[in-house]
Design a protein around this ligand. Structure first.
Ligand SMILES: Nc1ncnc2c1ncn2[C@@H]1O[C@H](COP(=O)(O)OP(=O)(O)OP(=O)(O)O)[C@@H](O)[C@H]1O
Ligand SMILES: Nc1ncnc2c1ncn2[C@@H]1O[C@H](COP(=O)(O)OP(=O)(O)OP(=O)(O)O)[C@@H](O)[C@H]1O
Ligand SMILES: [Mg+2]
Ligand SMILES: [Mg+2]
Lengths: 230, 230
């Protein structure tokens, strides 16, 4: 469902160049619970940003559902982002003036074929409960703890039940018990809806539960192991 | 060196109240490598913000070096913050337009008794190397990965060689190898300079290496164990 072919990404900073990705090739199948692992600065977020159509590769091809992302105009990218992808950003990117409920509801208001108001409310309340924020539903995102904000970002990405969820370090600010319950929620969506998950993570629990692990070092794939475990 | 006596913190949100801390009492001795642990939302950052004089308790007393923080005027708080404390924020709080070197140098320019320009340069270059960012010294903080930004925030807090370092989830965005080298750097400062470290963390490595662990649950201390290990 996602293919990268010899993808390179170079950031130009003044006269210097940072080669974030030096030729990355891998394929993720629909329904994979995949994890990209590697040291800080190795290129994990850059890969997720390219798959998320937030950025374009300097060289190489990124395909989603067979469509090359580079050929898409703004309108095509926006449709892809709203209808196929869910993104949990490493720095959350919540809307500070909206409360927990409104932040999660936001992507649901953008879609074309919207569920009924009642269905939306029940689904959001389920998600808020599932990520442990029922007591904070009407609190603004800048009135929450770091891990509480992260969980709002997680619920928001799952709200549209996307085909592919890109999760950048989703448990970094969570204690192991809270993190475990979030991973179980994602595993459940993966099992019931065949949602594809692509993580960037240092969390051992996610690495162990993943059925596809891609090891990154200094902008290159050094290992790509797909296990039979599903 | 730090004492909390029956400290309470209530956030008022409209008509609702959030009791972040419900009566917290503990003491940290000079040179402790202390870790505050607990679930997301249990009050860890709130405690560090009170010790860091960024916020005041609703009730109860916070003492640093015997001085009650509530009695201090702005000037006294600023002096305490610049001369005694170093703070690594959960969301880093870097200055985006400054580069790595300038962010770390910033607190050194604020102090009264400044070391020589040459000493400052050597010390910052040592810290940049020690946190693994030598290749990025002149890159702006918004041109870095999440974990790289976190390491700039760490180096900045250590730059003034403060008596007390408050570290809020300092390894959340780091892979275990990079995290380990950061913890070793801090352990070295703790051993050589008798710097007191107070962590808020979910990182097992820090919890295991700490000689004083304070367990927090829903705004209350449920365990406070100081081991002989030094
Ligand atoms: N600015 C604020 N306004 C209102 N409530 C707040 C604010 N900051 C924190 N809180 C609430 O106070 C409680 C404690 O927050 P705190 O940030 O101290 O938790 P924490 O232990 O650091 O959590 P995490 O591990 O998720 O960072 C939480 O329930 C949170 O919702
Ligand atoms: N906006 C940018 N401008 C310039 N260089 C960048 C930018 N974003 C990232 N980089 C560089 O590209 C490289 C890869 O960054 P990336 O964010 O993908 O790493 P990462 O694996 O996600 O790291 P972390 O685990 O610390 O989040 C890093 O060396 C970083 O300095
Ligand atoms: Mg990253
Ligand atoms: Mg916190």
């Amino acid at each position: 469902i996602v293919e990268l072919e010899n993808v390179k990404k170079v950031y130009t900073l003044g006269k210097a160049e940072v080669h974030a990705l030096r030729g990355v090739t891998f394929a993720i199948d629909k329904g994979d619970f995949a994890s990209i692992v590697g040291p800080s600065g190795s290129g994990k977020s850059t890969i997720l940003n390219l798959i998320g159509c937030i950025d374009q590769p300097t060289e190489g091809v990124v395909r989603i559902d067979g469509t090359i992302t580079e050929g898409l105009k703004d309108k095509g990218l926006t449709t892809l982002r709203h209808e196929t992808l869910g993104f949990i950003f490493q720095s959350f990117n919540l809307i500070p003036v909206l409360n927990v409920y409104e932040n999660i509801e936001f992507p649901l208001l953008l879609g074309k074929n919207r569920p009924s108001k009642k269905e939306i409310k029940e689904w959001i309340e389920f998600l808020v409960e599932a990520v442990g924020l029922a007591d904070h539903m009407h609190h603004k995102s800048n009135e929450l703890s770091g891990g509480q904000r992260q969980r709002v970002a997680i619920a928001r990405a799952l709200a549209t039940k996307p085909e592919i969820v890109l999760a950048d370090e989703p448990t970094a600010n969570l204690d192991s018990k809270t993190g475990q319950s979030i991973i179980e929620l994602m595993k459940k969506m993966n099992a019931e809806l065949n949602t594809t998950f692509i993580f960037s993570t240092h969390d051992r629990t996610i690495m162990e539960i993943a059925d596809h692990v891609i090891q990154l070092l200094d902008g290159l794939v050094v290992e790509d192991s797909k296990t039979g475990a599903k």
